[in-house]
Design a protein around this ligand. Structure first.
Ligand code: F6P
Length: 361
């Protein structure tokens, strides 16, 4: 097989494990005698002239890269080339420029590491520009379909769990209700998983409508049983009880934890405190699970290119690395299944999900 030159870019919000994927791609490609070109700042790097690129040398992809947070290539989660925000406030389709930038590089294939939004944009570009594309799923939100885990998710859950481990002693020492707000965009995976792992009493997620009567009844039952503190986890996309999302300005979610804490205080008189975990869930060293996942998916992405199989996303399914059509993965949005095993686990543990008092529905 002729030696190839392949490109890789990271797109969307950063997360732990991106450098581990880049490393895996470079090492597997090097073993095949190929060269890997890193495209900087996601698709933005293809809009700049000359395009922003760097050759990724296997010698620079040692084990330290497995441990490193962020992405050495940089990324962006705005600047959709099909709807690009211009300095004068207008929007412009700059997809042809991105494709031209890609062609200038003369590469044989592209590995795009992104969440569902980024993969949808990359796929559109690939179809328009005839770019041989392989997708790699990453997002702390874990909402991409057809893969059990996306890169970054396990680390975000570990960080949120550690936060609960650290909040619990303070809750107990001060007889407080500690509210932890976690990320996840429109999905409650991080809240649910970390809430179970960290021993939360109440977990509120956007997939399950809640009622403060149920939450306060549960907190009162805890107090009646002789415990004077509690841990509450709230996913950022949970709505107020009037059905309003809470955002930081016009953009990202943020602040529902303060709302929930205020209402709990008003309804129960409990002393409450709020921690909004924010971007610490995205940064820092990946967990072992994310390093393993990133390594497996990176290796498989190179192998798909070697096999000439494009428009596919590598995926982790049933203890195996597989691959699925990118379109199916992005069309299959993966919210928390209210009837699934993880929700059943929470209910089985007596965790209140806000929809019924006491031990849940
Ligand atoms: O999609 C990942 C994510 O971290 C979400 O969980 C969160 O809502 C959003 O990105 C935050 O985006 P930004 O980094 O632009 O604030």
């Amino acid at each position: 097989m002729a030696a190839k030159r392949i490109g890789i870019l990271t797109s969307g919000g950063d997360c732990a494990g991106l450098n581990a994927v880049i490393r895996a791609v470079v090492l597997r490609a090097a073993a095949l005698g190929w060269t890997v070109v890193g495209i900087r700042q996601g698709t933005h790097g293809l809009l700049v002239r000359p395009p922003l690129v760097t050759t990724l040398e296997p010698g620079a992809c040692g084990a330290e890269m497995l441990r490193r947070g962020g992405t050495v290539l940089g990324t962006t989660n705005h600047g959709d080339p099909f709807d690009y925000p211009m300095p004068d406030g207008s929007r412009c389709d700059r997809s042809a420029e991105v494709i031209e930038g890609w062609r200038m590089l003369g590469l044989d294939a592209l590995i795009g590491v992104g969440g569902d939004g980024s993969l949808a944009i990359l796929r559109r570009l690939a179809r328009q520009g005839d770019i041989p594309l392989v997708g790699v799923p990453k997002t702390i939100d874990n909402d991409i379909g057809l893969t059990e885990s996306a890169i970054g998710y396990q680390t975000a859950v570990a960080v949120a769990t550690e936060a609960l481990d650290r909040l619990q002693p303070t809750a107990a020492s001060h007889n407080r209700v500690m509210v932890l707000e976690v990320m996840g965009r429109d999905a409650g995976h991080i809240a649910l998983a970390s809430g179970i792992a960290g021993g939360a009493d109440v977990i509120l997620i956007p997939e399950i409508p809640y009622d403060f009567a149920a939450v306060t009844a549960h907190l009162r039952s805890i107090e009646a049983a002789g415990r004077s503190f509690a841990l509450v986890v709230v996913a950022e996309a949970v709505l107020t009880d009037e059905g309003r999302p809470v955002r930081q300005g016009a953009g990202s979610y943020g602040g529902i934890g303060h709302y929930v804490a205020g209402r709990i205080h008003a309804l129960t008189g409990a002393e409450t405190r709020v921690t909004v975990l924010g971007h610490v869930q995205r940064g820092g060293a990946p967990t072992a699970g994310d390093r393993l996942l990133a390594s497996a998916l990176g290796v498989r992405a190179v192998e798909l290119i070697a096999q000439g199989r494009f428009d596919r996303m590598v995926a982790w399914v049933n203890r195996q690395v597989g691959d699925v059509p990118i379109l199916q993965a992005i069309e299959h949005y993966q919210a928390v299944d209210p009837d699934g095993a993880i929700v059943a686990t929470a209910r089985g543990l007596g965790i209140c999900l806000g929809d019924a008092p006491g031990l849940g529905a």
